[in-house]
Design a protein around this ligand. Structure first.
Ligand SMILES: Cc1cc2nc3c(=O)[nH]c(=O)nc-3n(C[C@H](O)[C@H](O)[C@H](O)COP(=O)(O)OP(=O)(O)OC[C@H]3O[C@@H](n4cnc5c(N)ncnc54)[C@H](O)[C@@H]3O)c2cc1C
Length: 374
C-alpha cells in the first residue's frame, strides 16, 4: 500500500524479456528505422542480446519450452559473422519474429509485364528510365513509384511494402501514396481515356461488373445448399479450378439475442457458371458455423470480399486440399455435359461421412442450368 509499483523489477524476477538478434542492435531495422521503439523497449527493461542465432528449442518433461539454444557469432569488421560458441538461454515463452518479404509474385506470373531489381520491383522515373532506389528512406529527394511504362503511355506503379524506399510500416506506406500520387496523376494526364463514359457511368459499370449479389440459395439435400451469386466479371472469367471466398458483412448479418451471425470466409469451388447471365454457383456442405449460415442468406445480399479467385487448377487443388483428379469421381470435362455450362474439373466437396450420395440421380451430380426467378 502506498508503494510505487515496481513493474520492471517484477518482470525481471520472472525472467524478463530478451531479444536474441543475429547481428548487432545498430544493424537492426528497428534501430535504423524507428529507434524510438528501441529506446522505449530498453526503458521497459527488455534486454537485447547481439550475435545470436536460434539453433534449437529445448523442452521440459511436459513438452513445454524451457530454453533456447543459440549459436554465438562475432563480426571482425569484414562483414562476415563467425560462429565462436553455443549458449543456452532459459526461456518459458519463445516468440519468433519471422520478418516479411515484398510480394512480387506478379513478376513470376506475368514475367513479360513485371521486372525485378533484387527482391523488389524495378523502379523507373516518369520517362521510363531506371532509377536507383533509396533503400529504407521514405524521403527520397525525387520520388519514383513506376515499375512499368508502356509505349502507349500506360504505366504500373507500386507503393508501400512493395517499394524499397517505403516498406516497413503504415506511416511509410501512407508517405508513398502522398509522394506518389502526383506521379500517377501526371502519367494519367498524358493518356487519353479509354472510354468517354462519365465518371458516374463508369463507376456504375464497375459496380455492376465487380460487385457480387446473392441471387438465390436453394436447398439440395438436408445438409447441402446451393448458393448462386451474380458476379458478371467473375462468371465470364471462370476457369476450372478456381474457387471463391464467400462471407457476409458482420454489420449486415442477422442478430440473434444480441449476437451477430457473422461468417468466416468460406472457400468454395465453382460448381457452374452462366457467363451470359453473370451467375456463379457454389455448393455448400453445412458442416458447422459459417456454412450453416448460408441458408439464411437473402437474395440481394452482397457478400463481402467475394469472388476472390485462385489462378489455376493445380494451385487451387493444393490450397484447398481438394483432389482434382478423376480418380475421386471428379468430372474430367470443364463443361457440364447436359447444359454446356462451365464446371470445375475437381470435386466440389471433401469426402466425409456427411457427403451426399453421388449417384447420377443425386441432386448434387445433376448439373442444372439456372432458371431465372422473378
Ligand atoms: C505482423 C505484422 C505487424 C505489423 N505491425 C505494424 C505496426 O504495429 N505498425 C506499423 O506501422 N506497421 C506494422 N506492420 C507493417 C504494416 O502492416 C505494413 O507496412 C503496411 O500494411 C504496408 O501497407 P501496404 O499498403 O503497402 O500493403 P498491405 O497493407 O499489405 O496491402 C496490400 C494489399 O494488396 C493485396 N494484394 C496483394 N497482391 C495482390 C494482387 N495480385 N491482386 C490484388 N490484391 C493484391 C493484399 O491482399 C493486401 O490487401 C506490421 C506488419 C505485420 C506483418
Amino acid at each position: 500500500m502506498g508503494r510505487a509499483p515496481q513493474i520492471v523489477e517484477l518482470l525481471q524476477q520472472w525472467g524478463g524479456v530478451t531479444i536474441a538478434y543475429r547481428r548487432r542492435l545498430i544493424d537492426s531495422p528497428s534501430y535504423t528505422l524507428n529507434h524510438e521503439e528501441v529506446e522505449k523497449a530498453l526503458e521497459e527493461g527488455i534486454r537485447f542480446a547481439e550475435g545470436l542465432t536460434p539453433v534449437a528449442v529445448e523442452v521440459d518433461s511436459h513438452g513445454h519450452a524451457c530454453a533456447l539454444e543459440v549459436s554465438q557469432h562475432h563480426n571482425d569488421g569484414d562483414g562476415v559473422w563467425h560462429e565462436f560458441g553455443r549458449a543456452t538461454l532459459p526461456a518459458r515463452t519463445i516468440l519468433v519474429a519471422a520478418g516479411t518479404q515484398p510480394n512480387t509474385v506478379l513478376a513470376r506470373e506475368e514475367a513479360q509485364h513485371f521486372h525485378l531489381d533484387g527482391k523488389y520491383f524495378r523502379l523507373l522515373d516518369e520517362d521510363g528510365q531506371p532509377v536507383t532506389p533509396v533503400k529504407g528512406l521514405a524521403k527520397p529527394s525525387k520520388p519514383a513509384v513506376v515499375t512499368e511504362l508502356r509505349a502507349d503511355g500506360r504505366a504500373m506503379s507500386f507503393f508501400g511494402d512493395l517499394h524499397p524506399s517505403f516498406h516497413g510500416n503504415v506511416v511509410k506506406a501512407m508517405a508513398s501514396a502522398t509522394q506518389g500520387y502526383p506521379i500517377v496523376s501526371r502519367l494519367l494526364d498524358k493518356v487519353a481515356p479509354a472510354s468517354d463514359a462519365t465518371d458516374a457511368e463508369f463507376l456504375a459499370h464497375l459496380d455492376d461488373e465487380l460487385r457480387a449479389t446473392l441471387v438465390r440459395v436453394e436447398r439440395l439435400t438436408p445438409t447441402i445448399v446451393e448458393v448462386v451469386v451474380r458476379a458478371p466479371a467473375a462468371a465470364r472469367r471462370f476457369r476450372p479450378g478456381q474457387f471463391y471466398r464467400l462471407q457476409n458483412f458482420e454489420s449486415l448479418s442477422r442478430a440473434v439475442d444480441g449476437t451477430r451471425l457473422a461468417m468466416e470466409g468460406l472457400a468454395l469451388t465453382g460448381a457452374w457458371v452462366d457467363p451470359q447471365e453473370g451467375l456463379v454457383s457454389t455448393i455448400v456442405l453445412e458442416m458447422g458455423g459459417s456454412s450453416d449460415l448460408c441458408s439464411m442468406l437473402k437474395p440481394g445480399w452482397m457478400p463481402k470480399a467475394c469472388w476472390t479467385l485462385s489462378s489455376g487448377t493445380p494451385w487451387c487443388s493444393r490450397a484447398t486440399g481438394f483432389p482434382t483428379t478423376s480418380s475421386h469421381g471428379a468430372r474430367s470435362s470443364s463443361r457440364c455435359r447436359r447444359t454446356g455450362a462451365a464446371t470445375c474439373t475437381g470435386r466440389r466437396w471433401p469426402r466425409s461421412s456427411r457427403d451426399p450420395p453421388t449417384s447420377p440421380g443425386s441432386p448434387i451430380t445433376r448439373m442444372r442450368r439456372p432458371t431465372p426467378r422473378r
